[in-house]
Design a protein around this ligand. Structure first.
Ligand SMILES: CC(C)(COP(=O)(O)OP(=O)(O)OC[C@H]1O[C@@H](n2cnc3c(N)ncnc32)[C@H](O)[C@@H]1OP(=O)(O)O)[C@@H](O)C(=O)NCCC(=O)NCCS
Length: 154
């Protein structure tokens, strides 16, 4: 795992779109997937503020996934693995890395909004469901997602 670099933008953009279109499409309609990918751009894979961390997972120099945590809010913003690389433990490695950063910054709890397809994954990582909720994209379109939390005190 390493910090994101400006030069990662194009590959992260492609990975992100592929992950959404392949893995999230199992739980959402094509209209919802289109709303999700709309507006994503290579230059957006940079931490938007000093308390945000975007970390990338590499395997033999190849980018296989990324994660984003906002430690100021105690929120995991994103965890995405390329569809060609799922099932090898990278998702958990990314989550563990983000949780390590959260602990380093003194957080006692983290929350996230999980896509429906990822809830079981986050449950395996120790997160508990708080409630079923909705996420609204900039376009105004909404998708169901699951608010989850993990205590870092135990
Ligand atoms: C969810 C995602 C990150 C998992 O990545 P991954 O690299 O395949 O996960 P791992 O191999 O690290 O799996 C860790 C554990 O979760 C389990 N798991 C992973 N995906 C799962 C799924 N869809 N359903 C049930 N269990 C799952 C694994 O079996 C493994 O269990 P174990 O502890 O018994 O071995 C990946 O599928 C992905 O990028 N999905 C699309 C993006 C997405 O929805 N991200 C969340 C947005 S909030």
């Amino acid at each position: 795992m390493r910090d994101v670099r400006d030069s990662d933008g194009e590959l992260l953009f492609e990975l992100h779109i592929a992950s959404i279109q392949t893995l999230c499409a199992r739980s959402y309609t094509s209209e919802q997937i289109a709303a999700w990918t709309e507006g994503k751009r290579p230059e957006l894979y940079r931490p938007p503020a000093p308390d945000h961390f975007i970390r990338v997972a590499e395997r033999n120099g190849q980018l296989v996934g990324f994660g984003h945590v906002a430690v100021g809010r105690g929120v995991i913003v994103a965890v995405y693995v390329h569809p060609d690389h799922i099932g090898f433990g990278y998702g958990r490695i990314i989550v563990d890395d983000l949780l390590h950063l959260a602990r380093q910054h003194g957080l006692t709890e983290v929350t996230l909004h999980s896509s429906l397809n990822a809830e079981a994954f986050y449950a395996r990582c120790g997160f508990s469901r708080v409630e079923l909720t909705t996420h609204r994209f900039r376009s105004g379109k909404e998708v169901s997602c699951v608010l989850m939390r993990l205590s870092l005190t135990t």
